[in-house]
Design a protein around this ligand. Sequence first.
Ligand SMILES: [Zn+2]
Length: 703
Amino acid sequence: MGLRWLGCLALAMAFACGDGAQPSARNVLLITIDTLRADALGAYGSARGASPHLDELAKRGVVFEQAHASSPNTLPSHASILTGLQPYHHRVRENGVDKLAEQSVTLAERLRDAGYATGAEVAAIVLNRPTGIAQGFEHFRDLDSPGVQRKQIAVAADGSLHDPSAVDAQQRGDAKTFDLDSRGGAEVTRDGITFLREHRSGPFFLWLHYYDPHWPYAPPTPFESRFADDRYAGEIAFTDESVARVIAEVDQLGLGENTLVVVTGDHGEGLGDHGESRHSLLVYQSTMHVPLVFAGPGVPRGQRVAAPVQTVDIAPTILAWAGLEPDPAADGVSLLPAFEGHTLPDRPVYGESVSLRRFVEVSPLRFVREGRWKLIHKIAPELYDLVDDPAEAHNLAGAEPARAEQLREKLKGLLANRRDAPEAPNGELDPDTQRRLESLGYVVGSSSSNSDPTLDTIEVRGVDPTPLAAKIDPFVDALGATQFVDAQETAALLEKLSRELPKSTGVLEVLINVQLAAGQAEAAVESLRRGIGIDPDQQRYWTNLGELLTRMGRNGEARDTLTETLRRWPCELGSRTHLANVYSRAGARAKQIAVLEQGIEQCSSPALMNDLAYQLATVPAAELRDGKRALQLAESMIGSLGDNPLALDTLAVAQAEAGRRHEARATLAQALAMAERQKLPDEALRILREHAAKVDAGEAIRE
Ligand SMILES: [Zn+2]
């Protein structure tokens, strides 16, 4: 409380303070820069000169030299920043899989309830609204918001990647341009400035998320040429300039004296350290150590704090700065005492990654840090003295077993004292989102990691994750490029990895997707068969294999696979339809009809009834044809299929076959009008017209 009062004194000219009334406007601007290693900034020791403006901001505020993210993944890390909770409490462990539960109380909700206008501009699909991260933001613009432009990447003829602005006129004709599933920093800056102007009367809470330093590193001109040998630094230089424009606007609007600016990263980037080129798999400082800078009213200038802190401290600090009650459940603490030079309470710093579990059965990878010591808890534990060895090159776990054990006990305590938290709902990704995530290099899976009861236990199992990460690293690299790099190359890499990790269905499934995208159907068939070998109860291997074989015209194999699929899952309708088609193609119409009949007996499905009715009405062999039963089926399914012109077509064909030509004509007229209204493809309209002509001419419809 003392500091807040001091802050008030400092601001006494601008605000009515001391009578318990809230100052008229104390704004918060939170800037998270994706994939920002602490040591990429001058303020943290970089000599690259990529961050002049952020370094300037650091000089006029407080720099936390040792800040840690809770996760090397974007969504879990931001969930921690915005809730003050560690992942074992907010339960968001994975991008694209877990959702922040509605019961979670976010910083945006707290500030909104305290009368703040809340706004967010986020730049990556992994932070889109359905992730739950938008809670509390009255204004929230993500990749799917109206009018949002996707960032673009240009692939030059030599395969190099560039921002379109950095492709010179000579190359332009040969370069191919692709949309990325992210927003460029220029747009975030522009929209952020608009929010500032519209809410200048305050108080406001604005969160800006910059994604540019995330791979692919393709800085816009002039940063590409200025940082030709270090494109990652070029992206940071571009982002630095973007942030500078926002902060200049804050000053220009006269808000500099009453706006707290907080800048941090959601995680770093491996850049080859410890065999990791990007981020997400490992928990070394290259990806866990992030910048954390506070500047603005109530924040002393030029202070540097060496004590380890964590990004879960950001929300409690902002709440305390705003004079609001802390969230009693928060794992983080207010850092305001450190602003005044007081020591922070002793507590372990924590971070985790569960991403390797996508590929292989391994325990989550966790670290715990206290003071200078950091333990990475795993089968072969690693202990580092971060003061003497910030690069984590000398594992002291063997030399200092007591210290390692002490930290392990701390970690055990954190996990054991964990409160029961709401289960994070599964995001239930649609295939399109899944593809888009994969195009960004995210490995997405099918099930929430939270369902595993061993997730939050101290016991470790499986194999040591570190060597695995080194194997998986080139794959994570390749996967991120499938959208704009030759898919054959990616497939080859994945195949190699899949041979190295023969039991990993995670690798296999992505391999199958890439093989299909690369048109390697034969190889995909082999991969699907391997998947069935590993896990025969996994329905999607069977259904995909059956469908693929059907499409390839490998009728015998398709028939056997689809028959076995239906023996296991009789109501797998797609497989039943494919099997019926395989028989139809082979001229085995009796078998085709029998497959559909069995489906109707075992499962309630209007779609199958529609199929069967059509076959019974149109099959050329008189002994198989049954117009009466076709009509009965068509009449009973028609209501369930909604306004469906093709269901009406089936009804009409059955009516005609049952001798009710007059009704058939009326039904077809209705079907045609509906099909035109629904803008069905020409082919569908052609079939309806052909049927109508045959009914008019008194001809039978046979297929
Ligand atoms: Zn991120």
